[in-house]
Design a protein around this ligand. Structure first.
Ligand code: SF4
Length: 319
């Protein structure tokens, strides 16, 4: 440990009653006094000089104003205050996403049903809906750079792109992907469960917000604030398993004035599978029954089916 510097016997700080050194000193004296350590950091604090670490010794001597007359010390020049911290530069890490599959098919849902569309399915979902038909997307997938994904998507003829999952908003780098695709002139649909915050989504993208009904078993996960962020081009989807789900959906539409907030409210019956292929735990709902309930409600709801499941075998992947 360095020995502590001792105050000079004649240092004004050796005696609280006042300065003991009067009058200017020669340059040699000042150097001597300084070399003995009179004017340590401790002294400067006592003299109430405007110092605060980190200061910079400039090596000049001056008479401090007020306080200690006839006492010489070093001037401490403070570094200029730090400017407000610049926002961190964008991460140089290459944005990348875990992708389950990318394919070109006919859009089977939403008001875009029937249009050729490129689907980008992201891996992962934090929900476990009873009727889920894409459980293979929970874990399977490969990491790919956003550049690589954009290149593959633009290689197809369609400029309608759906980002889906799983839950696509779980991966933060989905946002640069959507932005890049919008910049390249694509119409981008984001199909989300409504259980993730949508505030970061590019306003050019069209949200298909799948509001989870009680029959899904995941109704409580919905982020209701997402309803306040709906834009006129967005769409809401309810997957209906039974009459209780339908009644709940109608209550939501009325309570939150959803008809006024978005382009369409889609009612989708859980798909009735052929015997032996039913989704475990969820028997499916007759489209005709749902149609009757919609007509009874008097609301401008839009029924949809999963068109791709009528065109191809419902169990087929990548369509
Ligand atoms: S949110 Fe979609 S992917 Fe996730 S469990 Fe529900 S249906 Fe399946």
């Amino acid at each position: 440990m360095r020995p502590r510097r001792r105050f000079h016997a004649r240092s004004p700080f050796a005696n609280a009653n006042g300065p003991a050194v009067a009058g200017p000193r020669s340059h040699a004296q000042e150097r001597t006094r300084t070399s003995k350590g009179f004017y340590s950091h401790q002294h400067l604090k006592l003299a109430r000089l405007p110092i605060s670490p980190p200061g910079r010794w400039v090596g000049s001597y001056t008479r401090p104003e007020g306080k200690v007359e006839g006492f010489y010390t070093r001037r401490v020049t403070l570094d200029a205050p730090s400017p407000a911290r610049e926002p961190s530069p964008p991460s140089t890490a290459i944005p990348r996403l875990r992708i389950n599959e990318i394919f070109h098919s006919i859009q089977g849902e939403s008001t875009w049903a029937g249009c050729p569309c490129v689907f980008v399915r992201l891996t992962g979902c934090h929900l476990r809906c009873r009727y889920c038909d894409t459980a293979y997307a929970f874990k399977e997938g490969d990491w790919r750079s956003v550049d690589d994904i954009v290149e593959e998507v633009l290689g197809f003829s369609s400029r309608l792109v759906e980002i889906t999952g799983g839950e696509p908003l779980l991966q933060p780098d989905v946002h640069p992907l959507v932005q890049r695709l919008c910049d390249r002139g694509c119409t981008v649909l984001i199909e989300t469960s409504g259980a993730c915050d949508t505030s970061r989504c590019d306003p050019r993208a069209i949200l298909i917000l799948d509001l989870k009904t009680p029959g899904s078993g995941e109704q409580h996960r919905t982020v209701l604030e997402n309803l306040d962020r709906l834009r006129p081009h967005d769409e809401i989807k309810f997957v209906v398993t039974d009459r209780a789900d339908f009644d709940w959906a109608v209550d939501m539409v009325r309570e939150h004035r959803l008809v006024d907030r978005c382009r369409a409210i889609l009612m989708s019956p859980v798909f009735e599978q052929r015997a032996g292929l039913e989704i475990a735990g969820c028997p499916g709902l007759s489209p005709r029954l749902l149609a009757e309930w919609i007509l009874e409600s008097g609301l401008p709801l839009r029924q949809q089916t999963q068109l791709h499941k009528l065109i191809w075998d419902p169990a087929t992947r990548g369509v």
